[in-house]
Design a protein around this ligand. Structure first.
Ligand code: NAI
Length: 365
């Protein structure tokens, strides 16, 4: 059920209690016109890390709902990835194209700094690296103000693809396997290159047609149309564009035996996980497969070098192996197994975690 509909008529404090949120901060600054919200979901495992989203929300309620949902998703993403980070998020209400100013970002930063490191901001929709550099003028700890983590996200997705191949075909090797990469933006382009290096036969697409052809030519791989990528025969499908790719309309189109990619919320609804099982498609849960960027951000905060970062990111493969084994053992979907893993980790640190029916799939972003 839609979060806003389910929460209609419930007070904010009740909503926070229901979702086990620690803190929600509403920020207003008259001189810059700032209206923003910071949500800290859970700091059991460490400071809450999450992006700053700037978006022209239709209402304050919509902004709050988005902020809460995204913050909770970050808790489970970090927990499932074995990180020492909690979950948080902030949203600035406004159009990033026309309303974003340095003064506005700095005002938001000053509110973040009042939390004394409990929330560490990063990039999200409507903000970029330059904005993080501005936030750093006010906030002691900021992530994403150095390099773009997309390469590490792609490395993690490749590790997830190896694990999914082992589960689907009994063989990790990608030599000769046909992999369809949907979306060749920051992550998809790195991923396609890594997969070519692993001996796979790659097929790419992008709604930005010139971009798809540039990448296709550079890597010497086949380019197809975005409308046909799901149904084009392949062994592995790697969604690296938008979420909701697996839905009622598309579920029967897929010809692949395994799926692992960078996109968030690949499954339109939690029930699609079971539908993939019934179609004989092995699915590496998105919030584990795409955690490489987050692992890299934590590593940078800890001062790790590139070799350490790569080792940590490659751990995604082992974690997904464990998730597949648990799913087989318990007769549950890989998504449920990954969620259980995250919940156990939070519980083992004394975290106050939601019950299963207030699970994660809806909130993973
Ligand atoms: P991006 O915006 O650089 O690339 C996305 C690409 O997909 C663009 O080139 C766009 O034209 C294309 N696209 C959009 N709709 C499409 C469609 N229907 N069919 C084919 N192509 C389509 O984004 P980025 O950074 O590469 O991220 C990709 C996905 O991975 C996003 O869903 C993002 O939220 C997720 N993600 C990214 C991380 C990162 O480190 N960049 C970390 C974790 C998740």
């Amino acid at each position: 059920m839609d979060t806003e509909v389910r929460n209609a008529g419930t007070s904010l404090l009740e909503r926070m209690a229901l979702g086990d949120y620690e803190q929600t901060v509403f920020c207003s600054d008259r001189s810059t016109g700032l209206r923003s919200i910071i949500a800290i979901h859970d700091t059991t495992l460490g400071p809450a890390l999450g992006g700053v989203r700037m978006y022209a929300y239709a209402s304050e309620e919509q902004a709050l709902a988005d902020c809460l949902r995204l913050a909770r998703g970050m808790t489970y993403k970090a927990a499932a990835a074995g990180l020492h980070l909690g979950g948080g998020k902030s949203v600035i209400i406004g159009d990033p194209q026309t309303e974003k100013t340095e003064a506005l970002l700095r005002a938001h930063g000053r509110f973040i700094q009042t939390l004394n490191g409990r929330y560490i901001p990063g990039i999200d929709i409507g903000t970029g690296q330059r904005d993080m550099e501005i936030l750093r003028l006010e906030v002691a700890r900021v992530s994403c103000d150095g390099r773009d983590p997309s390469y590490f996200t792609a490395l993690g997705v490749r590790a997830a693809i190896y694990a999914a191949a082992a589960e689907a075909f009994g063989d990790r090797s990608l030599k000769g396997r046909r992999v369809a990469v949907q979306g060749v933006g920051h992550v998809g382009t790195h991923l396609a290159g890594l997969l070519v290096g692993a001996g796979a036969e790659i097929l790419v697409c992008d709604t930005d047609t010139p971009r798809a052809h540039t990448v296709g030519k550079r890597l010497g791989v086949q380019v197809t149309s975005p409308d046909e990528i799901a149904s084009t025969p392949c062994d592995i499908f790697a969604p690296c564009a938008l979420g909701g790719v697996v839905n009622d309309a598309t579920i029967d189109e897929f010809t692949c035996r395994a799926m692992a990619g960078a996109a968030n919320n690949v499954l339109a609804e939690p029930r699609h996980a079971q539908m993939l099982v019934e179609r004989g498609i092995v699915y590496a849960p998105d919030f584990l497969a795409n955690a490489g960027g987050l692992i890299c951000l934590e590593g940078e905060l800890l001062g790790q070098d590139d070799a350490q970062l790569k080792r940590s990111v490659m751990g995604i493969g082992r974690r997904i192996d464990e998730v597949f084994a648990r799913a087989r053992r318990k007769g549950i979907t890989s998504t449920e197994a990954a969620e259980q893993f995250a919940i156990e980790r939070l519980r083992s640190r004394g975290g106050d975690v939601p019950t299963a029916d207030r699970g994660l799939a809806e909130g993973i972003v």
